[in-house]
Design a protein around this ligand. Structure first.
Ligand code: ADE
Length: 231
């Protein structure tokens, strides 16, 4: 899977790939990154990439020309390029999106800065638009990393142990059951005794019950879906 980040600030993003799982993903050649800066595509001598809003409103917008040229240059060499814009007005990103998008060959994340991106660029180039939550960031870079990270975990070969994808939160719209590791007793608190006994059937059904309870408590919105689907 190839990830291209279109951003005025590539350094914010690059460091995320210098450690841990995504670094290994790059070393194993299961993922690859590329950085494209719209500033390199400006046609004005000052390399200006923003303009005031037309029709009033505070702040500046990213100019259409450098972005349009940058995106066309990507498309001209990759027929698989799938354009994803990060914007607070996009669809809320979720785990189903992460799984679905992990099947693509080339994802291009376009990060807005300033007050955002000229609507005509979105209309011309966006395959999808995503938000990571109902709050405003200073730019789309963090959001693009959130998507890239969540998608990468689902790309074959990125995680050392693919079993870890199986019982995690949001599988079947449930939060993951409580998890424990050694020691069995920590600061006088014991782990759930049943987990030590090795009866895998019993542990699985207990985990399912605990998942339901945890979801009911922390995410009543998700829990309601369970009930509605008659699960
Ligand atoms: N850019 C600014 N805020 C954002 C958000 N919440 N999600 C995605 N992109 C953004």
């Amino acid at each position: 899977m190839k990830f291209t980040f279109v951003t005025l600030f590539p350094n914010i993003i690059k460091c995320y790939f210098e450690d841990s799982i995504l670094k290994r993903g790059i070393e194993k050649k299961v993922i690859d990154t590329q950085f494209v800066n719209p500033r390199d595509f400006t046609k004005n001598r000052y390399k200006k990439v923003d303009e005031p809003l037309i029709g009033g409103g505070a702040g500046m917008l990213m100019s259409p020309q450098p972005l349009d040229s940058a995106l066309n240059s990507i498309k001209s060499v990759s027929k698989d390029a799938y354009m994803i814009f990060l914007t607070p007005s996009g669809k809320r990103f979720n785990q189903q999106d992460a799984k679905r998008l992990s099947k693509k060959r080339h994802l291009v994340f376009i990060s807005g800065r300033y007050e955002g991106i000229d609507e005509r660029i979105l209309e011309t180039h966006a395959n999808e638009q995503f938000s990571i939550g109902d709050y405003i960031l200073t730019g789309g870079e963090l959001a693009s990393l959130v998507l890239c990270d969540a998608i990468s975990r689902n790309v074959q070969g990125v995680l050392g142990n693919e079993d870890s994808l199986k019982d995690e939160s949001f599988e079947n719209e449930l939060l993951e059951a409580p998890a424990f590791t050694k020691p069995d007793i920590f600061k006088k608190n014991s782990i759930i005794k049943e987990f030590l006994k090795g009866n895998h059937g019993k542990i699985a059904s207990l985990k399912y019950e605990l998942s339901l309870l945890k979801t009911k408590y922390y995410r009543p919105d998700l829990y309601k879906k369970q009930k509605n689907e008659g699960k």
